[in-house]
Design a protein around this ligand. Structure first.
Ligand code: URA
Length: 242
């Protein structure tokens, strides 16, 4: 990788700002001063310092976000805030993207990363990574609905879903609403909402609690995020490469 790119990706500012650091003779490569940002360096074996401080290069970033309502799961949008806009200036990088999507009005666990393989592995239908959602439903959810989901609901467009576990937590007869948990292993477009539509009911609140063995950190308020820990990455079947 080019030295200026590595420095820029390591938090030393834009390429222009990095150029200034090089010009001011603040950068050393294996103990020797360098002024040319175009040279290729190795992220693993070369020793790079800025103003005497060793640079530690991190290639991949993994964030656990509590997605709030009203932001969209995209990297950019002309009229709405995106989940990437929730990152601080220090954590923002142009290559970070959300792992899959939650609808604008859905809250809960969303991962952000710049690791394409990691995202692909979590989203691949072949991997059957489970996702558990808590929801409020307009209507009384019945044992027949649970059976229907367990057998594989047929949703709008004729798609047949993989078997899903539907659990009724409580019902409010007066309001005619139900609080439920549903665990699915796919990520079809608006899947949970369409599954309930297929049994004549409407999702009014939807919140993702888990993805695989990872649970949303309860100390994160909506809109807050933090880096995934090594232990959490291992829960998702990934050991950090950097
Ligand atoms: N299913 C939905 O309908 N919406 C989401 O945001 C996630 C799953």
């Amino acid at each position: 990788m080019r030295l200026d790119k590595l420095l820029s990706h390591s938090g030393f500012g834009s390429r222009k700002e990095v150029k200034q650091l090089l010009k001011k003779k603040l950068v050393t490569l294996n103990g020797h001063q360098v002024k040319d940002g175009k040279i290729n360096v190795s992220e693993t074996t070369d020793q790079i310092s800025v103003d005497g401080q060793p640079v530690s290069y991190q290639a991949y970033f993994y964030y656990l976000l509590h997605k709030p309502k009203g932001v969209i799961s995209a990297t950019e949008d002309t009229s709405h805030r995106t989940v990437v806009d929730l990152l601080s200036k220090e954590d923002y990088r142009p290559d970070i993207f959300p792992v899959g999507r939650l609808d604008k009005d859905t809250t809960g666990l969303l991962l952000l990363t710049n690791d394409g393989d990691f995202s692909h592995n979590l989203l691949s239908p072949k991997k059957h990574v489970s996702k558990c959602y808590a929801a409020t439903i307009n209507g009384i959810v019945t044992a027949a609905d649970c059976q229907n989901f367990a057998e594989g609901a047929t949703i709008s467009g004729g798609d047949i879903c993989q078997p899903a576990l539907l659990e009724v937590l409580s019902v409010n007869q007066e309001k005619q609403t139900s609080d439920i948990k549903v665990t699915i292993t796919e990520g079809k477009y608006h899947q949970v909402k369409r599954m309930f539509e297929s049994v004549g009911k409407q999702v009014t609140e939807l919140h993702r609690e888990t993805m695989g063995r990872l649970t949303l950190d309860p100390s994160l308020a909506p809109g807050q995020y933090r880096e995934l820990t090594e232990a959490e990455l291992m829960l998702l079947g990934l050991e950090r490469a950097n």
